[in-house]
Design a protein around this ligand. Structure first.
Ligand code: ADP
Length: 442
């Protein structure tokens, strides 16, 4: 019978076959319904194949690498860009475990980068929180940013996908920019120093023979030279931090003494802005193992900001004390994780009742050159680099920083510093077994 033969052919995959029955009886009706169903199925399959083809074409042509694995770590998608960036040229990668990605003995940098990629995929497969993670990896000559996420169908995780973006050019440009800034600011430093020196000599040697406007000009030159010197110093500091050429000289530092040193260097500013200072430092505050110049910069930036951004007669409080529970932090940490096993730490809190930071700007204050507009920003001036430098130093010393602020009410910044145990300072162990602890810097 014709219908049976056609049904058999369709079941075997030949969807072009039709029964074309014309009888008016039940069999005829069944034949026509069967033909309609076959046409529908054929249409749906063609549609599906077209969509899959389009997806494939998109995957093949996007410049970013895409690598997807199932829950058993088997590769289910790898596009040409991913092959190129991961330097995998084998034909049949699909279905293979990511652990078999080719590792080159001649290129240890690539190998190290590849194992980081594999590690990230594995973490994505086991991470209960199912978060999107992103970080930069060096893959031989290339630098890539990898962004991974779990693949989910409904609530069930079916694997993980990783997007690999070549950022080599952007990183090189950024390095070139940092180098240029470092060189230009070094070159500016010398002429500026002599300019500043001569203006100071001028002002010190008496200005009685100058008329009112000449004196005003001289004051303006002095103020602007000071601002420029501040900017150049900040630029040099920032460039050093970005290039990783910052020298780190750790030693035991007394935070109590450092707070005092910083405050005494700011007495001029405190008087000019008529600020009421309230300082409270816990007795027996332990010393911390840190670069004292860096600690000084961090505290000076936070405290001088507080003094700058309060109105005349405003209040600034500086507190330093230890905590042994992170729940006691004044606010959440800004991005940086606590990397120490010991939760006991030293907190420096700088609080003011000044202009505050408007909410829309609060996630940008640690960015280079960012200055949030407020009623005092023009009057007090600044480079927008202080907090960026502070943040980089905080990260360099594995500390944490955070703040909370309300526009028109005030701001509270804090830094959390680990209290290093003496016995963990391996770098001070001498070959003969003796341990030398550096003296406390004031
Ligand atoms: P600046 O040189 O402009 O002070 P910073 O990097 O130190 O640069 O700070 C960035 C911006 O953050 C400032 O321009 C200011 O808008 C805001 N800011 C920082 N500290 C405070 C504060 N205590 N109160 C209000 N705004 C602040």
């Amino acid at each position: 019978m014709k219908l049976v033969a056609v049904a058999q052919a369709v079941a075997d995959g030949d969807l072009s076959r039709r029964a074309n029955l014309t009888h008016r009886d039940e069999i005829g009706k069944l034949g026509r319904a069967f033909d309609t169903a076959t046409v529908r199925i054929q249409g749906l399959l063609e549609q599906q194949a077209r969509a899959a083809g389009e997806r494939q074409a998109i995957l093949q042509s996007i410049a970013d690498g895409v690598l997807a694995v199932d829950t058993e770590e088997r590769i289910v998608v790898i596009n040409p860009a991913a092959r190129m960036l991961l330097e995998q040229h084998a034909e049949n990668l699909l279905g293979r475990s990511i652990s078999t990605l080719r590792i080159s003995d001649e290129n240890p940098l690539l190998t190290a980068g590849l194992s980081e990629v594999v590690q990230q995929v594995r973490e994505e497969l086991t991470d209960e929180a199912r978060l999107i993670t992103e970080h930069q990896v060096s893959l031989g000559k290339r630098i890539v940013r990898i962004r991974s996420a779990p693949t989910l169908v409904g609530d069930e995780q079916t694997g993980a996908v990783i997007i690999i973006q070549d950022v080599t050019r952007a990183v090189e440009l950024d390095q070139a920019k940092s180098e240029f800034i470092a060189i230009a600011s070094h070159e500016l430093r010398t002429p500026l120093a002599s300019l500043k020196g001569f203006v100071d000599v001028f002002l010190m040697s008496g200005t009685s023979n100058l008329n009112e406007s000449q004196r005003m000009f001289l004051d303006t030159i002095k103020r602007q030279t000071d601002n420029l010197t501040m900017l150049v110093n900040d630029l040099i500091e920032m460039a050093r931090l970005e290039q990783g050429t910052q020298r780190v000289e750790r030693r035991w530092v007394s935070v109590a003494a450092m707070v005092e040193t910083v405050l005494s260097s700011l007495t001029g500013l405190v008087e000019r802005r008529n600020v009421q200072l309230d300082v409270s430092v816990q007795e027996d505050l332990p010393a911390v193992w840190i670069d004292n110049l860096h600690l000084r910069l961090m505290l000076a930036n936070l405290i001088s900001n507080a003094i700058k951004y309060v109105y005349n007669g405003g209040q600034v409080s500086v507190r330093a004390y230890t905590i042994d529970d992170p729940a006691l932090l004044p606010s959440p940490s800004f991005e940086l994780e606590w990397q120490h096993t010991d939760e006991t730490s030293l907190l420096v809190v700088v609080e003011d009742n000044g202009v505050g930071i408007r909410e829309a700007d609060q996630d940008k204050v640690f960015m280079r050159f960012f200055r949030s507009e407020n009623p005092l920003s023009v009057e007090v001036g600044g480079t927008g680099l202080g907090l960026a430098i502070t943040y980089s130093l905080v990260a360099l010393h594995e500390c944490q920083i955070g703040f909370q602020s309300k526009e028109g009410e005030g701001t509270c910044f804090w830094i959390r510093i680990p209290i290093t145990r003496i016995d963990s300072l391996a770098e001070d162990h001498h070959e003969d077994g003796t341990v030398v602890y550096p003296s406390i810097a004031m």
